[in-house]
Write a protein of this length. Structure first.
Length: 115
């Protein structure tokens, strides 16, 4: 994974083109780039992100920013109570407990899909 101005890019090899293809993943808009080396990928990602930001400025629209890591979730009062109790029992805040639980699920899913 590479990063530029808070935007994160993942890279995979495109065997048809014989090049690496990268795309920015922490946003909904599509920003992609190609390169044959790590330095070229970094340069092309920077160019692609800068172009995206320039186009947004020219069109007077706010560019989509990378995900902040914050989101709001609505749950039932019963689940809320259960989470609070589980977190307290583990000596954690609800935020810590939820964050660790979600990270564990994501890691388990990622490992399961990459095998």
């Amino acid at each position: 994974m590479i990063e530029y101005k808070g935007y994160r890019g993942v890279v995979e090899f495109d065997s048809e083109l014989g090049q690496f293809h990268g795309r920015v993943v922490n946003m909904r808009n599509v920003i992609s780039f190609y390169g044959s080396s790590v330095d070229e990928l970094r340069e092309e990602m920077a160019t692609s992100v800068d172009t995206y930001l320039k186009v947004c400025a020219e069109k007077e629209i706010d560019p989509e920013r990378p995900y902040s890591g914050k989101f709001m979730v609505r749950i039932s009062p019963e689940v809320h109570r259960a989470v609070a109790q589980l977190a307290a029992a583990g000596g954690q805040s609800m935020n810590e407990w939820i964050s660790e639980t979600i990270e564990g699920i994501v890691k388990a899913h990622t490992i399961g899909t990459n095998s």
